[in-house]
Design a protein. Structure first.
Length: 263
């Protein structure tokens, strides 16, 4: 749409160049006057159209085109979530009500898995290993050993260094916690064929709740069985040491406990 001043100028120019010559013509003949009259009527008929188009008509294609950038500018003024760094609801993690936080009571206490085991009734009848011991002497281990000429016998073994008639404070001692769940303990005792000494005797004593239960002794190249009642026993200890008239400083044997079971 034209501005008011431009509109007036356009109408004024149209009037002075087209309408005025028609309205105020120079003197002519009759035929010429008749033609001029027709032009007069056509010019007057076009005047309203000119005013409508110049001053108040439908917006031109140029004005419609010029409005498009304004619309685009308005749309671009709307902030984009990706450019502002804001997190949209779709990008947030959904909360699952079924995923309840773990309570402190369900979290394992640090060091709990390292506690020495207390044997329950499920241990009955199977061969025990160092993993079942409440306390294991230093350098004692699980494995397979050659004893009295028999090859690769499964058991628990460890070195005996000192010689004494009775067990000393430093004598290797295995401890089991039975929790009063069993009535009998059994094992076979021998010396490893790989022992450095072969002329000493290995002794093994069993204590239940601090009281003597039973004991045995075995020479090299022999295997001796040892059984004891453990009814009402919670803390059970197995002591091992070497002795004999030929046992002296520097003597060393490897004691082997085989088929160690509680029932």
């Amino acid at each position: 749409m034209l501005r008011p001043t431009t509109c007036l100028r356009t109408v004024e120019a149209y009037f002075s160049r087209i309408i005025q010559p028609v309205i105020l013509p120079a003197p002519r003949s009759g035929s010429v006057r008749s033609g001029r009259a027709k032009l007069h009527l056509m010019a007057l008929g076009m005047l309203p159209l000119l005013v409508l188009a110049s001053c108040g008509g439908t917006p031109s294609a140029q004005s419609a085109t010029s409005s498009a950038p304004a619309t685009a500018t308005a749309q671009s003024a709307t902030p984009d979530a990706s450019s502002t760094g804001e997190v949209t609801p779709e990008e947030t993690d959904s909360f699952n009500p079924s995923e309840e936080p773990t309570s402190d009571s369900e979290t394992p206490i640090e060091g709990e898995s390292q506690k020495p085991p207390v044997l329950d009734k499920r241990a009955s009848g199977r061969e025990l290993t160092t993993a079942d011991f409440f306390s294991t002497p230093e350098n004692w281990r699980d494995g397979r050993f050659n004893v009295a000429g028999k090859q690769s016998l499964a058991g628990v073994a460890g070195p005996l260094e000192d010689c004494s008639e009775e067990p000393e404070y430093s004598s290797p001692t295995i401890e089991l916690r039975l929790a009063n769940n069993f009535s009998k303990i059994s094992m076979r005792v021998g010396q490893s064929d790989d022992s450095r000494s072969s002329d000493t005797v290995v002794k093994v004593k069993i204590l239940g709740n601090g009281a003597y239960l039973d004991s045995t002794q075995v020479a090299f190249n022999k295997i001796q069985r040892l059984d004891a009642s453990v009814v009402g026993v919670n803390a059970l200890k197995i002591q091992a040491w070497q002795t004999g008239e030929h046992c002296e400083g520097g003597s060393s044997v490897e004691a082997v406990l085989m088929e160690l079971k509680v029932e």
